[in-house]
Design a protein around this ligand. Sequence first.
Ligand code: ASP
Length: 342
Amino acid sequence: MANHLIPSMALLAALPSLPALAAEIPVPQVVLAIHGGTGDAKKEMTPELEKVLRADMERALKAGYESLQKGGSGLDAVEAAIRVLEDSPNFNAGKGAVFTHEGRNELDASIMEGKTLRAGAVAGVTVVKNPISAARAVMEKSKHVLLMGRGAEVFATKAGLEIVDPAYFWTERRWKDIQKVWKREAKPHDNKDPQAEVEAAPPHSWGTVGAVALDHDGNLAAGTSTGGMTNKMFGRVGDSPIIGAGTYADNGACAVSCTGHGEYFIRFAVAHDIASLVKYKGLNVAQAADEVVQKKLKPIEGEGGVIVLDAKGNYAASFNSEGLYRGYVTRDGKTHVALYEQ
Ligand code: ASP
């Protein structure tokens, strides 16, 4: 459910007889929020990993905040924050992207501007170092919204973006993940050794990154970047580059970035649904986020989470997964980062 309850409300919400969801309030005065996906299983978290994740998220918040402080737009802040996370090997985006079934890295990203409803996205790119910048270039330098595969890569090259060898995206951690899956798939599933089955279970690595920002002119922006899901089929595209599914921004509603099981987020048009609840039903960002994540997605096991920010700086995060790596920075520059706690 949406996090950041004030303590007394949290206590009330814990009482079974009270409607927990109604007690939620958004965090005010937020200018930038980020997420780093639903993350690793809590039992696998180590103090060392937690430290580097938190440090990366702090750096991303700082990069975005500094951009806003310099008068940058919401788009600038979203791009700056996401690029930091893409360059880290610790998230499933850019450098740390997961592997497809064939052992490749295919990256997706999107960005949207709340004032104009302009948007850009790329899908299935394999050589673009920072897909979020390619998404922005599609928005600003082409007459299209979504470019995929080779076309997106040629476009990104012509736009002057940094191109890398596909091997750049190889990381030991993600390689081990896909090998685990391959091993599991090679074995007959006879259920004779349930423990071995559990140990070899496909890793839970939904570590997409995203950001939402509110700039000095009161304009919202949202962006999302991912390697998709471990073991995805060649050519599979998730929600992250789909405007209205993984990303949405409308000054008259809110900015949303999602992470989770993309197929559900596409089918439920999650980002746009949240924005519509704010715009047409007058829900606050916490209520709208919970309505979709807890009431619609959770019952059908559509696992994941969202971060949402409106044009007044009201922020909420909601997740039905074990965790949601996330953080935000308020107008006065104070940062907050959380991994699993609601
Ligand atoms: N939503 C992403 C996808 O389905 C994965 C994630 O968020 O981790 O591609």
